[in-house]
Design a protein around this ligand. Structure first.
Ligand code: 2BA
Length: 109
């Protein structure tokens, strides 16, 4: 058995949840926050048999897309504030960040 942990953008979350339900895949959604942008995102936890991992990866791939996001970096530690000019930079976020883990035990009581 595998556990797929997928971090996706909030904008893609309803589509992904819908597509997983349509495919009969069970998942748990967690509200999460990106460590870099400090923006909200959504983390899906999906427990599944090994043979469904490819199908689920394809559902996630087709449900999520990359977007440009503009971020203004915080001042570097120890820098002279008067000489620091924060220029906005553009980063590409997503489609999705996946971790696929082996599950040692799956229990339901
Ligand atoms: P954030 O940490 O808010 O990162 C948003 C985007 O900012 C990233 O998109 C990446 O393009 C950029 N970024 C992140 N850290 C950076 C850094 N140190 N230097 C320069 N640019 C950086 P994605 O890579 O698509 O990641 C989207 C979200 O997925 C992340 O939001 C985070 O919540 C999660 N994530 C990505 N990699 C992860 C990892 N190795 N472990 C845990 N969560 C991860």
């Amino acid at each position: 058995m595998k556990m797929i942990v997928a971090v996706v953008q909030d904008k893609d979350s309803p589509r992904l949840a819908h597509n997983l339900i349509q495919a009969g895949i069970r998942a748990t959604k967690l509200a999460s926050t990106g460590g870099f942008l400090h923006a909200g995102n959504t983390t899906f936890i999906i427990g599944t048999s090994d043979d469904k991992v490819d199908e689920i990866q394809e559902i996630i791939r087709s449900s999520c897309r990359a977007r440009e996001q503009v971020v203004t970096p915080m001042s570097p530690m120890g820098s002279q504030l008067e000489s620091y000019i924060p220029y906005p930079v553009s980063v590409q976020v997503g489609g999705a960040t996946l971790f696929v883990l082996d599950v040692e035990q799956f229990l339901q009581f």
